[in-house]
Design a protein around this ligand. Structure first.
Ligand code: GMT
Length: 374
């Protein structure tokens, strides 16, 4: 098939899922055209059958807000026509599915151009529910030829919040279990981590919803019992405040900020526990990536996270903000070798048996075929 994929190309779970999906499709012989304002961050543009089409947004003194959605729609229609795309697949409803709808209408006199919208989380739970975007988000879901969501939780939220009646297919996030694997000595040690220290890791875009500061508070408690070091991967608006908390708690030598990283599969296997203390997660992709690397997550019991992590088996789930409980779980894992190993194995097994790309990508392909043949 020839598929056009649009996503937010910067750091964030939805862009990562879209990029990994494109790469997996291309590796299976499909032709994939990324249409966005920047090259998606994890995309290796040299991959055969992967193409990138940049959306240029011209500015004009009249535009206080340059109309990206319109430039994107024009580019989608042009690429679809020129490259004979079978369908468009947009990640994150706003504004991508509205641009796809416009592109579809621009093409309508020539041929049908179906589009699939994948809902990822805040497009429904935060942005879409905002009064200024609610009607257009609802409309974009209703107008999509196919809608998928990354968890049952998000599907239910979408129905509750928007009252939409069209089918929403749950296709969970996935991980390439050959690339993300437990082989911890395959890659160099993480800079700044002292020999012998247990490693807690957190990966995110450092937005308030991720509660990154809780990771530091957990570290502070864990260090009362275990020699532990915290590795923070990613960047975003909360980085400054988190750096201040690290200083205030006298933890500067015990925390490494790695910033944005392209190859997290080379870093995660060196960790002992993943922290995901989010206020909300529709899925929790970082936890899945860690589990595939045999790193058990200590996360919060929110959104769709319980669909991924089975409490006490392949990770732990505690209440949002309960850093004492989260720290107790981390300490328990780090001081009980057999328990830790059991959870490492169970986490890897969950990734292998339920969320491997080999199982999930065919679901997307079947769904594309279904949507195209309607
Ligand atoms: O920014 C967002 O909240 C949207 C998105 C992103 O781009 O990071 O995150 C969501 O999509 C991920 C991939 O499907 C999920 O793993 C995350 O749980 C979800 N984030 C939230 O629900 C807060």
């Amino acid at each position: 098939m020839k598929v056009g994929i649009t996503c937010y190309p910067t750091y964030g779970g939805s862009g990562i899922v879209a990029t990994e999906l494109g790469l997996e499709l291309a590796n299976r012989g499909h032709e994939v055209h990324f249409i966005s304002y920047a090259n998606p961050i994890r995309l290796d543009a040299d991959t055969p059958r992967i193409y990138y089409h940049e959306v240029e947004v011209s500015t004009y003194p009249l535009f206080q807000y340059p109309p990206y959605s319109l430039a994107l729609a024009s580019r989608m229609a042009e690429v679809a026509e020129r490259k004979k795309l079978d369908l468009l697949h947009v990640h994150y409803a706003i504004p991508h599915s509205i641009s796809a709808l416009l592109a579809q209408q621009m093409m309508a006199s020539r041929r049908r151009l179906p589009f699939v919208t994948t809902l990822h989380g805040t497009d429904i739970t935060l942005v879409g529910a905002d009064r200024s975007y609610f009607p257009i988000t609802k409309f974009s879901i209703e107008q999509s030829d196919g809608v998928t969501s990354v968890s049952e939780y998000l599907k239910q939220r979408t129905v509750e919040v928007f009252g939409v009646e069209n089918e929403i297919r749950v296709i969970t996030n996935f991980v390439n279990c050959d690339i993300y694997r437990p082989d911890r000595d395959r890659y160099p040690a993480i800079p700044g981590v002292p020999d012998g220290a247990k490693v807690l890791i957190h990966l995110s875009n450092f937005r308030p919803v991720k509660r990154v500061a809780d990771c530091v508070r957990v570290l502070e408690r864990v260090r009362r019992e275990v020699d532990a070091h915290l590795v923070l991967v990613g960047d975003g608006p909360e980085r400054g405040p988190v750096e201040r908390i690290v200083q205030d708690l006298n933890l500067v030598p015990n925390v490494t900020f790695l910033g944005k990283q392209n190859h997290v599969e080379r870093i995660i296997p060196r960790a002992d526990v993943l922290l995901l203390p989010s206020e909300l997660e529709s899925f929790g992709l970082a936890a899945l990536e860690a589990m595939a690397c045999g790193v058990p997550p200590v996360a919060t019991r929110v959104g769709g996270v319980a669909e991924l992590i089975t409490h006490g088996e392949d990770g732990y789930l505690e209440a949002v903000g309960d850093v004492d409980a989260q720290a107790a779980r981390v300490s328990e894992l780090l001081s009980n070798g057999p328990l830790h190993q059991r959870m490492r194995d169970a986490a890897r097994l969950t990734a292998l048996t339920r969320f491997c790309s080999g199982m999930v990508i065919p679901e997307y392909i079947r769904y594309y075929e279904e949507v195209c043949s309607r």
